[in-house]
Design a protein around this ligand. Sequence first.
Ligand SMILES: Cc1cc2nc3c(=O)[nH]c(=O)nc-3n(C[C@H](O)[C@H](O)[C@H](O)COP(=O)(O)O)c2cc1C
Length: 175
Amino acid sequence: MKTVIVYKSKTGFTKKYAEMIAGEVSCDLMELKKATPEKLAQYDVVVFGTRFFAGMVDELKKAKELVARSGAKKFAVFATGATPNAAEDIVNDMWKNNFTPEELETIPHFYMQSGICYDKMPFGEKMMMKMAAKMMKNQKDKDEMGQGFEEALKGSFDISDIAYIAPLVDYLKED
Ligand SMILES: Cc1cc2nc3c(=O)[nH]c(=O)nc-3n(C[C@H](O)[C@H](O)[C@H](O)COP(=O)(O)O)c2cc1C
């Protein structure tokens, strides 16, 4: 099965995970902005790597449209984010809010915790983070997750680890 990982990465975490996966399974890497249906038509399996972004799976709609037009046989998604993998409810809610019930069943999806990198973050996104940090600071009666989120917004951190690619690598090796 010929496989490509199409990815979008602003601050490098998703790209790093895509490269780690490519180190384990034979596949090509392609930036989302360079992907076309014609290019993807050369592959049997398309994996889309992206980030969680303000409650959204960033560019999922665009990736789905590209894949549908390419005729690729298999499509899977992985996302990176500042949320720890252990926060399963938050991660599952994110998938539920971004996929239809049918897509949840038919599109394999994987989550890999990453972190926050302010150094490489575009200016507009830094502003979004600042606003979120301010809102969290003013919020009273924060639960444990809220406190964790507030802490996470304070500065850059990296909780990525090669161990988190294992479920997707196993899925890709099944073929
Ligand atoms: C404006 C903004 C919003 C974000 N929203 C979320 C979010 O809702 N959930 C989450 O877990 N991480 C969130 N993150 C963290 C990113 O998902 C994380 O840093 C991701 O790995 C970035 O990927 P990249 O380095 O490939 O661009 C957000 C980051 C930014 C800058």
